[in-house]
Each structure stands twice: as structure tokens, then as C-alpha cells.
Design a protein around this ligand. Structure first.
Ligand SMILES: [Zn+2]
Length: 397
């Protein structure tokens, strides 16, 4: 059955197309014919893509979700919270999200959405491959026995990548520096040997999975680049001598601006140790990011949003921050959350654009956010369509 939105202006992930008759059947756009403007104040843009989220936090507000929640909550219960977060993010226009520290829980929820068991956004799940005492390992206190897996040799790295592939994960996450919210490490710690990272990247690519590398330090960015990862996360320690190589390789970077600023500002139950680390990490970031943006380094929307630090809908604030941080136009900024974000995930032939044959993931908004990003606010979101189904709001007309 074909559904239509007749006479609405479309921004297709690259450019404005003017008023069209947008048709879709199921999860596929099958018509974009020019039409008379029937909804002058409204527009359609592709569903937003956040390349870096974390959904396995408590979806309860405030009380009821202490630090121990991730450690003591059974997986079956976590799945319900993952679903709740995914739907809340989707209500603010995010129709594709990639969880970059997935467990089998996110893999399972993503599969259930894909199978239509529940209406929901596209949830990609990348399984972590990191070392003992690495950034990923240090979210679990040292004496706690029920720990996520780690890999401490090239062979163990290969095995863990294969286990993620068997589980149904769609990608792999690695670490080439220490982190901020992990407990007891330093941002400058090396994470894993070159041989371990090379084995992980080789195995992941052999199994057609992209590798996202968490890297805060200058050294970590070098390692990620040299070992051929597919994206870099955070990159707070980027320096100008790295720009050319990053541009040449076309490696996308998720800048996670707001979370680093939030943690640096402290308060809200953030450990002082983490705030201190974040302050150090962002100390030289802003001028370096502005220069990188001007040099053409490829940044895509990636927020680290988990519904607690960066909240649902925080992607809209992050985009406005990205525009300023990289000296971009409004339209360039929106590209980083749609067509280019899809390309960066290897899904550019299906997602992030509104054209014949593309997925029916779109957002009806008030205003023209590609001309004025300030209009991209929660209040201006009229309807969110994912896989051809209205997930939030109501279609006009
Ligand atoms: Zn993250």
C-alpha cells in the first residue's frame, strides 16, 4: 500500500528539492514528483543518524538508577530500558542509532526492531574488543566478577570479533587511548598493542564489520589512522599535522562535543576524577576542531548520548554545537547527520537521503532547518517516520 505526503518541501540529505508528492510503500520511498505547495510552513528531512549512542543505561528518571544499575540489572530487564531509550531518541527524529558498546542485549533489540516484532528505529550494535584495564573494561569495578569480555592477545582479539559476528553484532568498537568516564585509568594510557589492534581490524573487515575506534589522545588518533579503522570517536587530542591524513583517508570523526563539556563542567553525580580528565581533554579541543573543520576533516553526528548525560533530543543541541565548532553552514551541518552519517556507516545507498529506492525514514518539521539550524528544535518536530511507520507525532493533512 502506497502512502503519500502531497505537496511538502523536501530537503533530501544534500539539497532542497522544493514541494513534492512524497510516496512510500512499506520501508521504501517510491515517488518524489514535483507538486503544488500544500504545507508552506512544513518540510521533510531524512531521519537523523547518530553514529555513537549507548542505550543500556537505566531509563528511569532520577531515583531508582544508581551507579550499580548496569552491574546488577538482569539482561532481560535491560532490554526493556534499551527499547525505551531507542523509542525516546526516535521521537526527537533519530531514526538510526549505533550503540558503540553493545552487549547481546542491544543486538537482540536491534534484531527485534528489524524483524518488526516492535516498531522502532534502526539500532546498529557494535561489540567492544578491548584489553584488561582498557577504557571499556574500567566501567566495571576491579573486584566485580561478572565482567564484559576482554581480549589480551591478537588471537583473543580475533576470537572476540568472531564471537560478536556470531552474536549478530553489526560492527566492532576498539580503544586506542584511555577514557574519561572509565574508573582508574588515564586518557593517555595506550590501549592494546599494534598487533592486537591490527588483528581486530583485519578480522572485523574479513567479516564485513566496520571498526570504530575510541581515541582521545594524539597518539591514539595516529594509531587508529595507521591501523585502518573506519571511524574515530571523540578525537579531542587532534593536532593540525594529522589533518591531511584524516582528510585523505576520509575517516569520519564523531566529535561528542556536549558530553565532554558536560562531564568537564561536573556536578550531577559525575565523579570528580572524570570531570578532571574531561577538562584536560577539552582544554585544547575547540581551536583544534575549528581548524580541522576548516581543513575539511570529516565530522559526523556522534553524541555518546545515553539518555542521562546527553538526553533524548540532545542530538539537536549537538548539531547546533557542531555548526559553531567546525565553522560550517547550516546545510553542511545537517549533511553530517543525514547523508554523510549514513555513508560513514556504509549504509549510504539506503539511508540518510530521500530519493526513490531509499528507506522511508524521515522527519516532518516546521521551518527550513537546512537554512536555519536554530529551527531544528524538539518543538518543531511534527512527525517521525521510521521504516514507513509513524513512530511519533502525526503526519499533516
Ligand atoms: Zn561512547
Amino acid at each position: 500500500m502506497t502512502r503519500t505526503l502531497d505537496g511538502i518541501t523536501v530537503w533530501n540529505g544534500h539539497e532542497e528539492r522544493g514541494p513534492v508528492r512524497l510516496g512510500w510503500s512499506g520501508d521504501r520511498i517510491d515517488g518524489m514528483a514535483p507538486a503544488d505547495d500544500r504545507f508552506p510552513g512544513l518540510a521533510v528531512i531524512p531521519g537523523l543518524i547518530d553514529t555513537h549512542v549507548h542505550l543500556d543505561t537505566s531509563a528511569l528518571d532520577g531515583a531508582g538508577a544508581g551507579d550499580a544499575w548496569p552491574l546488577v540489572t538482569p539482561d532481560a530487564e535491560k532490554a526493556v530500558h534499551v527499547i525505551a531509550h531507542a523509542l525516546r531518541f526516535a521521537a526527537f527524529g533519530v531514526t538510526t542509532m549505533r550503540d558503540l558498546a553493545a552487549s547481546p542485549v542491544q543486538v537482540a533489540v536491534g534484531r527485534a526492531f528489524d524483524q518488526g516484532v516492535l516498531d522502532g528505529p534502526r539500532l546498529l550494535a557494535s561489540g567492544p574488543v578491548g584489553m584488561t584495564a582498557g577504557h571499556g573494561d574500567l566501567f566495571t569495578p576491579p573486584r566485580f566478577r561478572d565482567r564484559p569480555p576482554v581480549a589480551d592477545s591478537p588471537d583473543e582479539c580475533r576470537r572476540l570479533v568472531r564471537q560478536w559476528a556470531r552474536e549478530g553484532a553489526t560492527g566492532i568498537k576498539i580503544y586506542t587511548s584511555g577514557g574519561i568516564l572509565s574508573m582508574g585509568d588515564q586518557v593517555g594510557w595506550r590501549n592494546q598493542t599494534r598487533a592486537e589492534i591490527a588483528a581486530t581490524v583485519d578480522e572485523a573487515h574479513a567479516l564485513r564489520m566496520l571498526v570504530a575506534a575510541h581515541a582521545h589522545s594524539e597518539e591514539g588518533i595516529d594509531i587508529a589512522l595507521e591501523e585502518g579503522v573506519d571511524s574515530i570517536e571523540h578525537a579531542t587530542g587532534i593536532v593540525p599535522r594529522q589533518f591531511d591524513a584524516l582528510v585523505a583517508a576520509g575517516i569520519p570523526i564523531a566529535p561528542t562535543l556536549l558530553i565532554n563539556d558536560l562531564v568537564a563542567a561536573g556536578g550531577g553525580g559525575i565523579r570528580p576524577e572524570a570531570s578532571e580528565k574531561a577538562r584536560e581533554a577539552v582544554a585544547g579541543r575547540d581551536p583544534a576542531f575549528l581548524a580541522a573543520g576548516r581543513a575539511g576533516v570529516r565530522f559526523v553526528l556522534g553524541t555518546d548520548a545515553n539518555g542521562r548525560f546527553v538526553r533524548h533530543g540532545g542530538q539537536l543541541d549537538e548539531l547546533r554545537a557542531m555548526k559553531t565548532a567546525f565553522g560550517w553552514s547550516d546545510e553542511r551541518t545537517l549533511v553530517s547527520a543525514t547523508s554523510d552519517a549514513a555513508d560513514s556507516l556504509g549504509l549510504g545507498d539506503r539511508l540518510g537521503r530521500l530519493d526513490d529506492g531509499f528507506a522511508a525514514d524521515f522527519v516532518v518539521v516546521r521551518g527550513r532547518p537546512w537554512r536555519d539550524l536554530a529551527e531544528l528544535t524538539p518543538e518543531n518536530i511534527v512527525a517521525v517516520v521510521s521504516r514507513g511507520t509513524v513512530l511519533a507525532g502525526q503526519l499533516p493533512g
